[in-house]
Design a binder for this molecule. Structure first.
Ligand code: ZN
Length: 132
């Protein structure tokens, strides 16, 4: 069965990639909860953190670098980091991914974290992160 995120790693499906290293890539989530919502994934296929917890160690440098990139470039005041394992936890794509969600002073708290924001312009956010 084809894996959506393996196809993104292979470049067969386009993404707004904001970071890449030997073990991981990071790209903007297409259904962002907040401005700059990004997914960090291992280049190799791993179902979730329970299936191969060492994969989290492999992508840890990418998580840190991407978190700093997002907060620096977008002027975020904080950040949430989240990974789901299994359908019961709400996982929808079964390739390990860590959500990095920049947070802003005007929209605080955990309760509103998961509200999708259709007003976010992904091309504008991508340019803000990767531009000069
Ligand atoms: Zn995969």
């Amino acid at each position: 069965m084809a894996c959506l995120f393996c196809s993104i790693v292979a470049g067969d499906i386009p993404s707004r990639q904001v970071y890449a290293d030997e073990h991981a890539i990071a790209f903007l989530d297409i259904g962002p909860w907040k401005r700059g919502h990004t997914l960090v994934i291992p280049r190799r296929h791993v179902d979730d953190v329970l299936a191969a917890d060492e994969a989290l160690t492999e992508i840890a440098p990418a998580i840190g670098a991407t978190a700093r990139l997002l907060t620096d470039r977008l002027g975020a005041d904080g950040l949430n980091m989240l990974s789901s394992a299994g359908p019961v936890a709400g996982q929808e794509v079964f390739h390990l991914h860590v959500h990095l969600v920049p947070r802003y002073a005007g929209d605080p708290g955990l309760r509103r974290l998961f509200d999708r924001d259709p007003s976010i312009d992904l091309d504008e956010v991508y340019a803000a992160i990767t531009g000069p």
